[in-house]
Design a protein around this ligand. Structure first.
Ligand SMILES: *Cc1c(COP(=O)(O)O)cnc(C)c1O
Length: 472
Protein backbone atom coordinates (compact mmCIF):
# COMPACT_ATOMS: atom_id res chain seq x y z
CA UNK A 1 0.00 0.00 0.00
CA UNK A 2 1.45 3.38 -0.89
CA UNK A 3 1.53 6.35 1.44
CA UNK A 4 -1.27 8.29 -0.19
CA UNK A 5 -3.61 5.33 0.13
CA UNK A 6 -2.67 5.03 3.79
CA UNK A 7 -3.28 8.70 4.35
CA UNK A 8 -6.65 8.39 2.64
CA UNK A 9 -7.60 5.34 4.70
CA UNK A 10 -7.01 7.36 7.83
CA UNK A 11 -9.50 9.90 6.51
CA UNK A 12 -12.31 7.35 6.47
CA UNK A 13 -14.68 8.43 9.23
CA UNK A 14 -15.40 6.05 12.13
CA UNK A 15 -18.89 4.52 12.28
CA UNK A 16 -19.54 6.27 15.60
CA UNK A 17 -18.73 9.58 14.05
CA UNK A 18 -21.21 8.99 11.24
CA UNK A 19 -23.91 7.93 13.72
CA UNK A 20 -23.35 11.13 15.70
CA UNK A 21 -23.65 13.28 12.59
CA UNK A 22 -27.13 14.78 12.45
CA UNK A 23 -27.79 13.10 9.09
CA UNK A 24 -26.74 9.79 10.65
CA UNK A 25 -29.05 10.41 13.59
CA UNK A 26 -31.90 11.05 11.15
CA UNK A 27 -31.21 7.70 9.46
CA UNK A 28 -31.29 6.00 12.88
CA UNK A 29 -34.61 7.65 13.65
CA UNK A 30 -36.09 6.49 10.36
CA UNK A 31 -34.62 3.01 10.04
CA UNK A 32 -33.51 1.95 13.49
CA UNK A 33 -30.04 2.17 15.00
CA UNK A 34 -29.05 -1.46 14.43
CA UNK A 35 -29.85 -1.54 10.74
CA UNK A 36 -28.32 1.91 10.18
CA UNK A 37 -25.10 0.82 11.90
CA UNK A 38 -24.96 -2.36 9.83
CA UNK A 39 -25.48 -0.47 6.58
CA UNK A 40 -22.92 2.22 7.49
CA UNK A 41 -20.36 -0.55 8.13
CA UNK A 42 -21.10 -1.98 4.68
CA UNK A 43 -20.77 1.41 3.03
CA UNK A 44 -17.52 2.30 4.79
CA UNK A 45 -16.17 -1.20 4.11
CA UNK A 46 -16.99 -0.86 0.42
CA UNK A 47 -15.32 2.56 0.33
CA UNK A 48 -12.20 1.08 1.92
CA UNK A 49 -12.04 -1.75 -0.61
CA UNK A 50 -12.66 0.59 -3.48
CA UNK A 51 -9.86 2.81 -2.22
CA UNK A 52 -7.40 -0.07 -1.95
CA UNK A 53 -8.33 -1.47 -5.33
CA UNK A 54 -8.49 1.66 -7.42
CA UNK A 55 -7.29 4.55 -5.30
CA UNK A 56 -10.39 6.63 -4.72
CA UNK A 57 -10.36 10.40 -4.39
CA UNK A 58 -10.62 11.93 -0.93
CA UNK A 59 -13.98 13.45 -1.88
CA UNK A 60 -15.51 9.96 -2.08
CA UNK A 61 -14.70 9.37 1.58
CA UNK A 62 -16.45 12.47 2.91
CA UNK A 63 -19.12 11.80 5.56
CA UNK A 64 -21.79 13.40 3.36
CA UNK A 65 -21.04 10.96 0.53
CA UNK A 66 -20.99 7.91 2.79
CA UNK A 67 -24.19 8.96 4.55
CA UNK A 68 -25.92 9.53 1.22
CA UNK A 69 -24.90 6.04 0.07
CA UNK A 70 -26.23 4.58 3.33
CA UNK A 71 -29.46 6.49 2.89
CA UNK A 72 -29.84 5.04 -0.59
CA UNK A 73 -29.37 1.48 0.69
CA UNK A 74 -31.71 1.99 3.62
CA UNK A 75 -34.46 3.34 1.38
CA UNK A 76 -34.06 0.30 -0.92
CA UNK A 77 -34.31 -2.01 2.09
CA UNK A 78 -37.45 -0.27 3.30
CA UNK A 79 -39.17 -0.35 -0.08
CA UNK A 80 -42.01 -2.83 -0.48
CA UNK A 81 -40.87 -5.63 -2.79
CA UNK A 82 -42.07 -7.12 -5.11
CA UNK A 83 -43.66 -3.91 -6.24
CA UNK A 84 -46.19 -2.93 -8.82
CA UNK A 85 -45.08 -2.20 -12.40
CA UNK A 86 -46.81 -1.31 -15.65
CA UNK A 87 -46.46 -4.26 -18.01
CA UNK A 88 -46.32 -2.61 -21.43
CA UNK A 89 -44.13 -5.36 -22.91
CA UNK A 90 -46.90 -6.67 -25.13
CA UNK A 91 -46.81 -10.07 -23.39
CA UNK A 92 -49.96 -10.37 -21.32
CA UNK A 93 -49.00 -13.35 -19.13
CA UNK A 94 -45.38 -12.35 -18.53
CA UNK A 95 -43.64 -14.82 -16.20
CA UNK A 96 -41.05 -12.27 -15.06
CA UNK A 97 -43.79 -9.73 -14.36
CA UNK A 98 -45.96 -11.98 -12.22
CA UNK A 99 -48.12 -13.63 -14.91
CA UNK A 100 -51.87 -13.21 -14.37
CA UNK A 101 -53.03 -10.03 -12.58
CA UNK A 102 -55.56 -11.04 -9.90
CA UNK A 103 -59.18 -9.90 -10.01
CA UNK A 104 -60.56 -7.74 -7.20
CA UNK A 105 -62.57 -10.69 -5.88
CA UNK A 106 -59.36 -12.70 -5.42
CA UNK A 107 -57.62 -9.83 -3.63
CA UNK A 108 -60.59 -9.56 -1.26
CA UNK A 109 -60.49 -13.31 -0.65
CA UNK A 110 -56.77 -13.12 0.15
CA UNK A 111 -57.43 -10.37 2.69
CA UNK A 112 -60.22 -12.37 4.29
CA UNK A 113 -58.01 -15.44 4.65
CA UNK A 114 -54.95 -13.53 5.90
CA UNK A 115 -55.74 -14.00 9.58
CA UNK A 116 -57.06 -17.15 11.21
CA UNK A 117 -59.28 -18.99 8.73
CA UNK A 118 -60.87 -22.42 8.22
CA UNK A 119 -57.99 -23.66 6.04
CA UNK A 120 -58.13 -27.25 7.26
CA UNK A 121 -61.12 -27.01 9.53
CA UNK A 122 -64.72 -28.01 8.94
CA UNK A 123 -66.64 -25.20 10.63
CA UNK A 124 -70.02 -26.97 10.45
CA UNK A 125 -68.80 -30.22 11.94
CA UNK A 126 -66.25 -28.63 14.27
CA UNK A 127 -63.53 -31.06 13.17
CA UNK A 128 -60.46 -31.30 11.00
CA UNK A 129 -61.09 -30.48 7.35
CA UNK A 130 -59.34 -30.83 4.00
CA UNK A 131 -57.35 -28.06 2.34
CA UNK A 132 -58.46 -29.10 -1.15
CA UNK A 133 -62.13 -28.92 -0.16
CA UNK A 134 -62.15 -25.15 -0.71
CA UNK A 135 -61.70 -25.55 -4.46
CA UNK A 136 -62.38 -29.18 -5.35
CA UNK A 137 -66.11 -28.83 -5.94
CA UNK A 138 -65.60 -25.94 -8.36
CA UNK A 139 -62.79 -27.70 -10.23
CA UNK A 140 -65.04 -30.75 -10.66
CA UNK A 141 -67.90 -28.63 -11.99
CA UNK A 142 -65.68 -26.73 -14.41
CA UNK A 143 -63.79 -29.75 -15.76
CA UNK A 144 -66.07 -32.75 -15.44
CA UNK A 145 -63.38 -34.50 -13.39
CA UNK A 146 -64.31 -36.75 -10.45
CA UNK A 147 -61.80 -35.20 -8.06
CA UNK A 148 -58.99 -32.67 -7.81
CA UNK A 149 -56.08 -31.57 -5.68
CA UNK A 150 -53.89 -28.46 -5.76
CA UNK A 151 -50.21 -27.80 -5.17
CA UNK A 152 -47.68 -24.98 -5.43
CA UNK A 153 -47.47 -24.76 -9.24
CA UNK A 154 -47.84 -26.92 -12.33
CA UNK A 155 -44.22 -28.05 -12.19
CA UNK A 156 -44.98 -29.38 -8.70
CA UNK A 157 -48.15 -31.01 -10.01
CA UNK A 158 -46.19 -32.91 -12.67
CA UNK A 159 -43.48 -33.85 -10.15
CA UNK A 160 -46.04 -35.17 -7.65
CA UNK A 161 -47.90 -37.09 -10.32
CA UNK A 162 -44.81 -38.79 -11.70
CA UNK A 163 -43.39 -39.54 -8.26
CA UNK A 164 -46.67 -41.08 -7.13
CA UNK A 165 -47.31 -43.32 -10.14
CA UNK A 166 -44.00 -43.79 -11.95
CA UNK A 167 -41.19 -43.99 -9.40
CA UNK A 168 -38.61 -46.49 -10.72
CA UNK A 169 -40.87 -47.16 -13.68
CA UNK A 170 -41.17 -46.08 -17.30
CA UNK A 171 -43.19 -43.14 -18.60
CA UNK A 172 -43.92 -43.02 -22.31
CA UNK A 173 -43.85 -39.56 -23.92
CA UNK A 174 -43.75 -38.58 -27.57
CA UNK A 175 -40.35 -37.24 -28.58
CA UNK A 176 -42.01 -34.14 -30.04
CA UNK A 177 -43.40 -33.24 -26.61
CA UNK A 178 -40.18 -33.16 -24.56
CA UNK A 179 -40.39 -29.43 -24.14
CA UNK A 180 -38.63 -26.84 -22.07
CA UNK A 181 -40.99 -24.27 -20.58
CA UNK A 182 -39.59 -20.83 -19.70
CA UNK A 183 -38.08 -20.65 -16.23
CA UNK A 184 -36.28 -24.00 -16.53
CA UNK A 185 -39.06 -26.54 -16.49
CA UNK A 186 -37.85 -29.37 -18.71
CA UNK A 187 -39.99 -32.45 -18.98
CA UNK A 188 -36.99 -34.87 -18.97
CA UNK A 189 -35.43 -33.18 -15.91
CA UNK A 190 -38.65 -33.23 -13.90
CA UNK A 191 -39.09 -36.84 -14.89
CA UNK A 192 -35.62 -37.69 -13.51
CA UNK A 193 -36.19 -35.79 -10.27
CA UNK A 194 -39.47 -37.62 -9.76
CA UNK A 195 -37.56 -40.89 -10.01
CA UNK A 196 -39.29 -41.92 -13.24
CA UNK A 197 -37.60 -43.20 -16.36
CA UNK A 198 -38.47 -41.39 -19.53
CA UNK A 199 -39.08 -43.50 -22.60
CA UNK A 200 -39.06 -41.38 -25.73
CA UNK A 201 -41.53 -42.52 -28.32
CA UNK A 202 -41.55 -41.75 -32.05
CA UNK A 203 -39.61 -38.93 -33.69
CA UNK A 204 -39.52 -35.18 -33.22
CA UNK A 205 -42.06 -34.44 -35.90
CA UNK A 206 -44.06 -37.68 -36.14
CA UNK A 207 -45.31 -40.12 -33.54
CA UNK A 208 -47.85 -42.85 -34.27
CA UNK A 209 -50.09 -45.08 -32.21
CA UNK A 210 -47.98 -48.08 -33.20
CA UNK A 211 -44.87 -46.40 -31.71
CA UNK A 212 -46.58 -46.23 -28.35
CA UNK A 213 -47.94 -49.73 -28.63
CA UNK A 214 -44.46 -51.16 -29.26
CA UNK A 215 -42.96 -49.18 -26.38
CA UNK A 216 -45.38 -50.50 -23.75
CA UNK A 217 -43.68 -53.08 -21.55
CA UNK A 218 -43.83 -54.61 -18.08
CA UNK A 219 -42.15 -51.57 -16.52
CA UNK A 220 -44.48 -49.01 -18.07
CA UNK A 221 -46.25 -46.93 -15.41
CA UNK A 222 -48.23 -44.56 -17.56
CA UNK A 223 -48.65 -42.85 -20.91
CA UNK A 224 -48.21 -39.10 -20.86
CA UNK A 225 -49.11 -36.31 -23.21
CA UNK A 226 -47.48 -32.90 -22.77
CA UNK A 227 -49.22 -29.95 -24.35
CA UNK A 228 -46.42 -28.31 -26.36
CA UNK A 229 -47.74 -24.97 -25.34
CA UNK A 230 -44.82 -22.76 -26.26
CA UNK A 231 -43.88 -23.94 -29.71
CA UNK A 232 -45.45 -25.35 -32.82
CA UNK A 233 -44.16 -27.82 -35.37
CA UNK A 234 -45.37 -27.26 -38.89
CA UNK A 235 -45.11 -29.34 -42.03
CA UNK A 236 -44.83 -33.12 -42.08
CA UNK A 237 -46.13 -33.86 -38.58
CA UNK A 238 -48.22 -36.45 -36.81
CA UNK A 239 -49.26 -36.81 -33.18
CA UNK A 240 -51.52 -39.37 -31.59
CA UNK A 241 -54.80 -37.74 -30.52
CA UNK A 242 -55.50 -37.81 -26.76
CA UNK A 243 -58.54 -40.07 -27.13
CA UNK A 244 -56.51 -42.70 -29.00
CA UNK A 245 -53.70 -42.62 -26.47
CA UNK A 246 -56.23 -42.93 -23.66
CA UNK A 247 -57.83 -45.97 -25.29
CA UNK A 248 -54.42 -47.56 -25.82
CA UNK A 249 -53.37 -46.94 -22.21
CA UNK A 250 -56.63 -48.29 -20.84
CA UNK A 251 -56.41 -51.41 -23.04
CA UNK A 252 -53.15 -52.14 -21.20
CA UNK A 253 -54.54 -51.24 -17.78
CA UNK A 254 -52.39 -48.10 -17.59
CA UNK A 255 -53.34 -44.52 -16.67
CA UNK A 256 -53.17 -41.82 -19.31
CA UNK A 257 -52.12 -38.40 -18.03
CA UNK A 258 -51.95 -35.00 -19.70
CA UNK A 259 -49.79 -32.03 -18.72
CA UNK A 260 -51.87 -29.29 -20.25
CA UNK A 261 -49.59 -26.45 -19.11
CA UNK A 262 -51.71 -23.38 -19.51
CA UNK A 263 -54.99 -25.19 -19.38
CA UNK A 264 -58.08 -23.11 -19.71
CA UNK A 265 -61.39 -23.95 -18.12
CA UNK A 266 -63.45 -21.81 -20.48
CA UNK A 267 -63.54 -22.31 -24.23
CA UNK A 268 -61.70 -19.19 -25.37
CA UNK A 269 -63.31 -19.20 -28.83
CA UNK A 270 -66.53 -17.90 -27.23
CA UNK A 271 -64.58 -14.68 -26.56
CA UNK A 272 -63.20 -14.49 -30.09
CA UNK A 273 -59.81 -15.84 -29.00
CA UNK A 274 -57.98 -18.73 -30.66
CA UNK A 275 -58.78 -22.22 -29.44
CA UNK A 276 -56.68 -23.54 -26.56
CA UNK A 277 -57.39 -27.07 -25.32
CA UNK A 278 -59.65 -27.00 -22.26
CA UNK A 279 -59.29 -29.23 -19.23
CA UNK A 280 -62.82 -30.54 -19.84
CA UNK A 281 -61.81 -31.63 -23.36
CA UNK A 282 -58.82 -33.56 -22.01
CA UNK A 283 -60.98 -35.25 -19.37
CA UNK A 284 -63.65 -36.05 -21.97
CA UNK A 285 -60.98 -37.52 -24.25
CA UNK A 286 -60.19 -40.04 -21.51
CA UNK A 287 -57.33 -38.50 -19.52
CA UNK A 288 -57.17 -40.04 -16.05
CA UNK A 289 -55.32 -37.03 -14.66
CA UNK A 290 -54.75 -33.56 -16.09
CA UNK A 291 -52.30 -31.02 -14.66
CA UNK A 292 -52.40 -27.28 -15.35
CA UNK A 293 -51.27 -23.89 -14.00
CA UNK A 294 -53.30 -21.47 -11.91
CA UNK A 295 -51.60 -18.32 -13.20
CA UNK A 296 -51.62 -18.80 -16.95
CA UNK A 297 -54.88 -18.64 -18.91
CA UNK A 298 -56.85 -19.48 -15.79
CA UNK A 299 -56.04 -15.94 -14.67
CA UNK A 300 -55.40 -16.76 -11.01
CA UNK A 301 -52.51 -17.11 -8.56
CA UNK A 302 -49.48 -19.36 -9.00
CA UNK A 303 -50.79 -22.87 -8.37
CA UNK A 304 -50.80 -26.33 -9.90
CA UNK A 305 -54.07 -28.17 -10.29
CA UNK A 306 -54.45 -31.91 -10.82
CA UNK A 307 -57.94 -33.04 -11.84
CA UNK A 308 -59.12 -36.53 -12.72
CA UNK A 309 -60.09 -39.93 -11.36
CA UNK A 310 -60.95 -40.01 -7.66
CA UNK A 311 -58.91 -43.12 -6.88
CA UNK A 312 -55.79 -41.62 -8.47
CA UNK A 313 -56.28 -38.24 -6.75
CA UNK A 314 -56.51 -40.11 -3.43
CA UNK A 315 -53.10 -41.66 -4.08
CA UNK A 316 -51.64 -38.23 -4.89
CA UNK A 317 -52.93 -36.89 -1.58
CA UNK A 318 -51.28 -39.74 0.33
CA UNK A 319 -47.82 -39.14 -1.15
CA UNK A 320 -45.68 -37.43 1.57
CA UNK A 321 -44.35 -35.18 -1.17
CA UNK A 322 -47.80 -33.56 -1.31
CA UNK A 323 -47.07 -32.02 2.08
CA UNK A 324 -43.87 -30.44 0.78
CA UNK A 325 -45.58 -29.08 -2.33
CA UNK A 326 -48.77 -27.88 -0.71
CA UNK A 327 -50.51 -24.65 -1.56
CA UNK A 328 -50.75 -21.90 1.06
CA UNK A 329 -53.94 -20.33 2.35
CA UNK A 330 -53.59 -17.00 0.54
CA UNK A 331 -53.12 -18.72 -2.82
CA UNK A 332 -55.98 -21.07 -2.11
CA UNK A 333 -58.27 -18.15 -1.28
CA UNK A 334 -57.36 -16.37 -4.53
CA UNK A 335 -57.77 -19.54 -6.57
CA UNK A 336 -61.20 -20.15 -5.09
CA UNK A 337 -62.34 -16.65 -6.04
CA UNK A 338 -61.07 -17.06 -9.61
CA UNK A 339 -62.84 -20.42 -10.00
CA UNK A 340 -66.11 -18.92 -8.76
CA UNK A 341 -65.76 -16.17 -11.39
CA UNK A 342 -65.22 -18.80 -14.09
CA UNK A 343 -68.56 -20.30 -13.13
CA UNK A 344 -70.14 -17.37 -14.99
CA UNK A 345 -68.20 -16.85 -18.25
CA UNK A 346 -69.66 -13.42 -19.01
CA UNK A 347 -68.78 -12.20 -15.56
CA UNK A 348 -65.32 -13.74 -15.96
CA UNK A 349 -64.83 -11.76 -19.15
CA UNK A 350 -65.62 -8.52 -17.38
CA UNK A 351 -63.96 -9.12 -14.03
CA UNK A 352 -61.02 -11.41 -14.71
CA UNK A 353 -58.12 -9.13 -15.78
CA UNK A 354 -56.47 -11.83 -17.89
CA UNK A 355 -59.59 -12.35 -19.99
CA UNK A 356 -60.35 -8.64 -20.10
CA UNK A 357 -56.84 -7.85 -21.35
CA UNK A 358 -56.76 -10.70 -23.85
CA UNK A 359 -60.12 -9.73 -25.33
CA UNK A 360 -59.44 -5.99 -25.36
CA UNK A 361 -60.26 -4.69 -28.82
CA UNK A 362 -57.51 -3.06 -30.92
CA UNK A 363 -59.75 0.03 -31.33
CA UNK A 364 -60.04 0.43 -27.61
CA UNK A 365 -56.24 0.23 -27.28
CA UNK A 366 -55.87 2.80 -30.08
CA UNK A 367 -58.19 5.17 -28.23
CA UNK A 368 -56.04 4.77 -25.11
CA UNK A 369 -52.92 5.47 -27.18
CA UNK A 370 -54.46 8.72 -28.44
CA UNK A 371 -55.40 9.76 -24.91
CA UNK A 372 -51.91 9.28 -23.43
CA UNK A 373 -49.87 10.36 -26.46
CA UNK A 374 -49.74 14.14 -25.73
CA UNK A 375 -48.53 13.63 -22.17
CA UNK A 376 -45.82 11.18 -23.25
CA UNK A 377 -44.70 13.57 -26.01
CA UNK A 378 -44.44 16.34 -23.42
CA UNK A 379 -42.61 14.13 -20.91
CA UNK A 380 -39.88 12.94 -23.28
CA UNK A 381 -39.62 16.49 -24.66
CA UNK A 382 -36.70 16.88 -27.03
CA UNK A 383 -35.21 13.46 -26.32
CA UNK A 384 -37.45 11.32 -28.53
CA UNK A 385 -40.13 11.37 -31.19
CA UNK A 386 -43.30 9.53 -30.28
CA UNK A 387 -45.77 7.91 -32.66
CA UNK A 388 -48.64 5.46 -32.44
CA UNK A 389 -48.03 2.22 -34.31
CA UNK A 390 -50.01 -0.97 -34.83
CA UNK A 391 -48.39 -3.99 -33.17
CA UNK A 392 -49.20 -7.50 -32.02
CA UNK A 393 -49.44 -8.65 -28.41
CA UNK A 394 -48.53 -12.13 -27.26
CA UNK A 395 -50.53 -14.14 -24.77
CA UNK A 396 -47.37 -15.35 -23.06
CA UNK A 397 -46.45 -18.09 -20.59
CA UNK A 398 -46.28 -20.47 -23.49
CA UNK A 399 -49.97 -20.24 -24.29
CA UNK A 400 -50.91 -20.09 -27.97
CA UNK A 401 -47.41 -19.12 -29.16
CA UNK A 402 -48.30 -18.53 -32.77
CA UNK A 403 -51.51 -16.61 -32.20
CA UNK A 404 -50.96 -12.88 -31.86
CA UNK A 405 -53.49 -10.26 -30.83
CA UNK A 406 -53.85 -7.01 -32.80
CA UNK A 407 -52.84 -4.09 -30.62
CA UNK A 408 -51.35 -0.59 -30.64
CA UNK A 409 -48.18 0.78 -29.14
CA UNK A 410 -46.41 4.05 -28.51
CA UNK A 411 -43.13 3.99 -30.39
CA UNK A 412 -40.46 6.24 -28.88
CA UNK A 413 -37.57 6.92 -31.21
CA UNK A 414 -34.58 8.63 -29.52
CA UNK A 415 -33.35 11.73 -31.29
CA UNK A 416 -29.77 11.19 -30.18
CA UNK A 417 -27.85 8.71 -32.26
CA UNK A 418 -26.11 5.74 -30.68
CA UNK A 419 -27.09 2.21 -29.91
CA UNK A 420 -27.51 2.96 -26.19
CA UNK A 421 -30.14 5.68 -26.67
CA UNK A 422 -33.22 3.37 -26.59
CA UNK A 423 -31.87 1.61 -23.49
CA UNK A 424 -31.36 4.98 -21.74
CA UNK A 425 -34.93 5.93 -22.55
CA UNK A 426 -36.19 2.57 -21.29
CA UNK A 427 -34.20 3.00 -18.08
CA UNK A 428 -35.78 6.43 -17.46
CA UNK A 429 -39.27 4.89 -17.67
CA UNK A 430 -38.20 2.05 -15.37
CA UNK A 431 -37.05 4.65 -12.81
CA UNK A 432 -40.57 6.08 -12.43
CA UNK A 433 -42.38 5.52 -9.10
CA UNK A 434 -44.37 2.71 -10.76
CA UNK A 435 -41.76 1.36 -13.21
CA UNK A 436 -42.98 1.24 -16.81
CA UNK A 437 -41.61 -1.80 -18.66
CA UNK A 438 -41.63 -1.80 -22.45
CA UNK A 439 -39.55 -3.54 -25.06
CA UNK A 440 -36.83 -2.37 -27.43
CA UNK A 441 -37.18 -3.16 -31.11
CA UNK A 442 -35.49 -1.67 -34.18
CA UNK A 443 -33.77 1.14 -32.31
CA UNK A 444 -36.97 2.30 -30.62
CA UNK A 445 -38.75 1.80 -27.32
CA UNK A 446 -42.21 0.23 -27.69
CA UNK A 447 -45.02 0.46 -25.15
CA UNK A 448 -47.82 -1.92 -26.10
CA UNK A 449 -50.84 -0.37 -24.38
CA UNK A 450 -53.00 -3.52 -24.22
CA UNK A 451 -52.25 -3.94 -20.49
CA UNK A 452 -52.39 -0.26 -19.54
CA UNK A 453 -55.38 -0.40 -17.21
CA UNK A 454 -54.61 2.58 -14.98
CA UNK A 455 -54.03 5.56 -17.27
CA UNK A 456 -54.43 8.02 -14.43
CA UNK A 457 -51.42 6.75 -12.43
CA UNK A 458 -49.42 6.32 -15.63
CA UNK A 459 -50.02 9.93 -16.67
CA UNK A 460 -49.64 11.43 -13.23
CA UNK A 461 -46.16 10.00 -12.70
CA UNK A 462 -44.76 11.18 -16.05
CA UNK A 463 -43.74 14.46 -14.41
CA UNK A 464 -40.95 12.48 -12.68
CA UNK A 465 -39.43 11.30 -15.97
CA UNK A 466 -35.74 12.17 -16.31
CA UNK A 467 -33.89 10.90 -19.35
CA UNK A 468 -30.17 10.61 -18.61
CA UNK A 469 -27.88 12.58 -20.86
CA UNK A 470 -30.78 14.64 -22.17
CA UNK A 471 -31.16 18.40 -22.19
CA UNK A 472 -34.44 19.60 -20.80
C1 LIG B 1 -46.08 -23.68 -17.93
C2 LIG B 1 -45.99 -25.14 -18.05
C3 LIG B 1 -45.49 -25.91 -17.00
C4 LIG B 1 -45.00 -25.29 -15.72
O1 LIG B 1 -46.06 -24.71 -15.02
P1 LIG B 1 -45.77 -23.70 -13.79
O2 LIG B 1 -47.14 -23.42 -13.25
O3 LIG B 1 -45.08 -22.55 -14.35
O4 LIG B 1 -44.95 -24.47 -12.80
C5 LIG B 1 -45.44 -27.27 -17.18
N1 LIG B 1 -45.86 -27.85 -18.32
C6 LIG B 1 -46.34 -27.14 -19.36
C7 LIG B 1 -46.77 -27.85 -20.60
C8 LIG B 1 -46.43 -25.76 -19.25
O5 LIG B 1 -46.90 -25.03 -20.27
Amino acid sequence: MNETAQALLRQLPAIDELLRDERGAALCAGHGRELTTQVLREVVGAAREHLLATGAAASQLAPAVLLAAAHHRLVALATCSPRRVFNLTGTVLHTNLGRAPLPAAAIEAVTAAAGACDLEYDVDGGRRGDRDAHVEDWIRRLTGAEAATVVNNNAAAVLLLLNTFARAKDVLVSRGELVEIGGAFRVPDVMARAGAKLVEVGTTNRTHRADFEQAIGPRTALLMKVHTSNYAIHGFTAAVPAAELAALAHAHGLPFVVDLGSGTLLDLTRFGLPHEPTVAEAIAAGADLVTFSGDKLLGGPQAGIIAGKAALVQRLKRNPMKRALRIDKLTLAALGAVLRLQGDPERARRELPTLRLLTRAADDILAAARRVLPAVVAAVAATADVEIVACASQIGSGALPVDLLASHALRLVPRTAGSQAPARLASAFRALPVPVIGRIADGALLFDLRCLDDEETFLRQLEHLRVRGARR
